[in-house]
Every structure is written in C-alpha cells, then in structure tokens.
Design a protein around this ligand. Structure first.
Ligand SMILES: NC(=O)c1ccc[n+]([C@@H]2O[C@H](COP(=O)([O-])OP(=O)(O)OC[C@H]3O[C@@H](n4cnc5c(N)ncnc54)[C@H](OP(=O)(O)O)[C@@H]3O)[C@@H](O)[C@H]2O)c1
Length: 255
C-alpha cells in the first residue's frame, strides 16, 4: 500500500505511484495527469496559478480520479518548499517527478534581436526551475523504491536537429532561447542520471512529440492528449527501463 491517504471510492493500481507534474493545469502536463490518474496513480497536479490549477484538478477529480492540486511556481522557491513539506507530510515519498513546466519567449524575435530579459525568463523556467524543483524533491524521491525523474524536453534542442536543414521542423531551428534551454535540459538530464544511478533513481528526457498547444500557437500535428499519453507511457516503463536517455515519442531515443 502506498504511504499516504487513499481517498474513499478511488481505485489505485497495484503499483500506485505518487506522481508530481509541474505546469499541469493545461496542455501536455494536464493530459499526462489525466492518463496517469486513469492508470490508477496518485497525481499531484502542479500549477503556478491557483485558480487555473484548482479548476484543472477539479475537472479530473469530478471523474473520480485521484488528483490533488498543488500550488507550484517553478521559479518561486517558497512554493517549491511548501510542496516538499506537503508531500513529506501527506505521502512520505515521491515516486515520479515530471518536470513539464516550460515556456517560449522567442517569437517574434530573430536570434540577433532576442532581448536578454526574454532569454533569462526562458532559462528561469525551463532550466533553473527544473534544477530547483529536482533538488528540492530529491530527498522524497530517495524514499521511493523506484524513483523516477522525467524532464519534458524537445527534439528542437538536439544537435541532430540543429544540424539538419532537411528536417520538416527546420523553420523552428532559430528559436534561440527555447531550443538552447532544451539543449541545456538534455545535458542536465544526463548529469542527474549519472549521479543518481547508484541511488536507483532513473532520469530521462522525454519527448511528447510536436503537439498543438498554447506554447506553439497550436501548430503541432499531435494533440495535447497524444503528447500526454506519450509522457505517461515513458514514465511508467518497467522498473528495468533505461536511465540517461532521451526517449522519443515513437518508442525510440533521440541523440
Ligand atoms: N507542444 C509541443 O509540441 C512540445 C514539444 C516538445 C516539448 N514540449 C514541452 O512540453 C512542456 C509542456 O508544454 P505545452 O506544449 O503543454 O505548453 P502549454 O500548454 O503552454 O503548457 C505549459 C505549462 O507550463 C506552465 N508554466 C509555465 N511557467 C511556469 C512556472 N514558472 N511554474 C509552473 N508552471 C509554469 C503553464 O502554466 P500557465 O497556464 O500558468 O501559463 C502551463 O501549465 C514544456 O516543457 C514544453 O517545452 C512541448
């Protein structure tokens, strides 16, 4: 049985996991929350805005799913600490952390015109926010029998993509802030994977695929639901699954 409370009338899977998802009030994060709760896991739905987060969690809870809103702005240390305290007190451990919150502030600027404050804002969320949340959650993840950290990244941040003018997504190759933040995230993922391997915590970068969400003005060819399903599948691969890789949406890996 999981450490923590089981709400009346709720069904959990035999391997019920306590899952925290950042930026889960909409888009891919929300869809992953729905998938994982439907699979019987307990989802802590993180959102920086209380109203949007509460409404998203209520949407799932009304369907009888085991979800709880947690106020979490990845750029606000006080909210991170409060969530650590809440999870420690109520659940005693964290099994899966999905660092999903992400922004892009590149458009309409060319790389040469991108204001440094916009670049800084992107990095605060997509890079520093991931490190801050991960470090804060590590003690809770170490209490899990099989801790897992999934960093929602993008193929746009890979060297393979950025050196391939024939890619169908080449028009997005000039997103200086977003793409370089995901490149940094990919490196950060590997560094955590290496340093946490002996402790039994797996760390992977995850690709949801190119999904139509607010992030890209709904230009993606997959739905947010499809992207969320990819993320949910990737974080629930069997216990002997890989660590230190970038899992692609089609079941392979990116390099
Ligand atoms: N869409 C794609 O094709 C695609 C492809 C590859 C990777 N990704 C990645 O997937 C992740 C989710 O993106 P999405 O496409 O679902 O975009 P989205 O619909 O814009 O959702 C982004 C989420 O991040 C939240 N967020 C932003 N800043 C935050 C902060 N400081 N603290 C906490 N939450 C914050 C947003 O909250 P608010 O509602 O409050 O703004 C929102 O819930 C991102 O990391 C993105 O880079 C997306």
């Amino acid at each position: 049985m999981p450490h923590g409370r089981q709400r009346e009338g709720m069904t959990t899977s035999p391997d019920n996991r306590i899952v925290l998802i950042t930026g889960a009030n909409k888009g891919i994060g929300f869809a992953a929350a729905r998938e994982l709760t439907q699979a019987g896991h307990t989802v802590l739905l993180g959102a920086r805005n209380v109203e949007r987060g509460s409404a998203a969690a209520a949407d799932l809870a009304e369907q009888g799913l085991d979800v709880r809103f947690v106020h979490l702005d990845v750029t606000d240390p006080a909210t991170i600490t409060a969530v650590v305290d809440l999870i420690g007190a109520e659940y005693g451990r964290l099994d899966v952390l999905i660092n999903n919150a992400g922004i892009s502030r590149d458009r309409p600027h060319t790389p040469a015109e991108l204001p440094v404050p916009a670049l800084r804002e992107i990095y605060e969320t997509n890079v520093l926010g991931v490190v801050a949340v991960t470090n804060a959650m590590l003690p809770l993840l170490l209490r899990s029998p099989a801790g897992y950290i999934g960093n929602v990244s993008s193929g746009l941040g890979t060297v393979a993509f950025l050196t391939d003018p024939d890619s169908p997504l080449w028009q997005y190759a000039n997103l200086l802030g977003y793409n370089s933040s995901k490149a940094a995230l990919n490196a950060i993922t590997l560094i955590y994977a290496n340093s946490l391997r002996e402790a039994g915590i797996r760390v992977n970068a995850l690709s949801p695929g190119f999904c139509a969400t607010d992030l890209n003005g709904h230009t993606g060819h997959l739905s947010a639901a499809e992207g969320g399903a990819h993320i949910a599948r990737q974080v629930t691969l069997p216990g002997d699954g890989p660590t230190g890789v970038f899992l692609s949406e089609n079941g392979g890996t990116y390099s």
